[in-house]
Design a protein around this ligand. Structure first.
Ligand code: CUA
Length: 385
């Protein structure tokens, strides 16, 4: 046989091996590596039904193989073998077995649905977040804390997080694979999802419903920290500190790039002016400061964020400048316009000034809660991208 024919025969095997090489049981978005109660309930169901399927395959293939060997035609055979068409016993058996299988799958499935899908009443210690999906970012609103933010969901470990899901436009779907989901965000339908995270860490999430355009870039991250760190983060939002420079201890990774400009409050001042004159303020609110429109991402305390553009880029001066300078080159199709003419000689510098201003928002001691996340953050980003 020629080499070419061999290659053609082996190519599907090679394809399968290549596909399997992409699998990881413990990836940052692996449902096989649950980090919370809901994800565990869902995984248990998956494992149970998988073993069930394996049992069915073994029995069916086994029976088939046995029949093929036991009843294969022999030279001594004369005419047709005995026929059993219409055998009541056999018809009853192979009708009953699937019914039993369906019942065995239905019972734990229905139980899991009731455990994870029921609308829950808010109890002491729960954290409620109203989630609104937009093309192509997430609004996270904490009604009990008066916090509105975007794309990064801070939660305390061990507490039940109740998410009230809504959409401002098309269908989206909330999915943080290691914590649970998916649940659709449907306009005017009050879907709800509750989650718990067991351990501090960053859990990447994704919109899991094709919502056109840059759907693939509609990401988010759940940042789970200890209750104390979560309270710190809440406090930093509520106090809305005057724009301060990021402290090196609090944000070691970002500050490395940012530090050159730290010495230059004039750049931040220029950025704060440009934020208004370039029209950013028309869409983006900065609480305690200036206007905006609730239909666009709120940039309050933006310096506390770890990512830019709905968890597409890590948040640092270089990436933020790149994003503001030309959002379409980072996330094609998104609704953020370019604020400069292509040949504007000040474009790069002005984008950098605005970036410096935004990074300066929300700095200070309260961001200590993010310290633990910073290391894990780069890991999660690496895995997510
Ligand atoms: Cu939102 Cu896909």
């Amino acid at each position: 046989m020629s080499i070419l024919r061999w290659l053609r025969r082996l190519s599907p095997v090679a394809g399968v091996i290549l596909l399997l090489a992409g699998c990881a049981f413990d990836g940052p978005r692996s449902t096989l590596n649950p980090a919370g109660e809901v994800a565990r309930i869902q995984l248990d169901l998956l494992v149970y039904t998988t073993w069930m399927s394996v049992g069915v395959v073994v029995l069916v293939v086994g029976a088939l193989a046995w029949a093929l060997i036991r009843f294969r035609s022999r030279p001594t055979d004369k005419g047709l073998p005995n026929q059993f068409h219409g055998s009541l016993t056999i018809e009853a058996i192979w009708t009953a077995i699937p019914v039993v299988i369906v019942i065995m799958i239905a019972i734990p499935t229905v139980r899991a649905i009731f455990e994870t899908e029921a609308h829950v009443e808010q109890a002491e210690g729960d954290v409620v977040v109203n989630v609104t999906g937009y093309q192509w970012w997430w609004k996270f609103e904490y009604p009990d804390y008066g916090i509105v933010t975007a794309n990064e969901l801070h939660i305390p470990v061990g507490s039940r997080l109740i998410l009230n899901l809504d959409s401002a436009d098309v269908l989206h779907s909330f999915w943080a694979p290691r914590l649970g989901g998916k649940r659709d965000l449907i306009p005017n339908q009050d879907n709800q999802l509750w989650l718990v995270a067991d351990e501090p860490g960053i859990y990447p999430g994704h919109c899991a419903e094709l919502c056109l355009g840059p759907h693939a870039y509609m990401r988010f991250r759940v940042i789970a920290s200890t209750p104390d760190e979560f309270e710190d983060w809440v406090a930093s939002f509520q106090t809305l500190q005057a724009p301060e420079l990021l402290s090196a201890e609090a944000q070691p990774e970002r500050v490395e790039l940012f530090v050159q400009d730290q010495a230059d409050p004039a750049l931040i001042e220029q950025g704060s002016q440009l934020f208004i004159t370039k029209g950013c303020v028309g869409c983006h609110a900065i609480a305690g400061n200036i206007g905006g429109n609730p239909e666009y991402p709120d940039l309050t305390n933006f310096g506390l964020r770890t990512t830019v553009g709905a968890a597409v880029l890590e948040n640092n001066l270089e990436n933020l400048t790149r994003w503001i300078h030309d959002p379409q080159s980072v996330k094609p199709g998104n609704y953020m316009p370019n604020q400069w003419a292509d040949d504007d000689p000040n474009r790069e510098d002005e984008a950098r000034a605005i970036a410096a201003y935004l990074l300066s928002l929300g700095g200070g001691t309260a961001s200590a809660g993010d310290t633990a996340d910073a290391g894990a953050g780069s890991l999660a980003l690496g895995g997510a991208n």
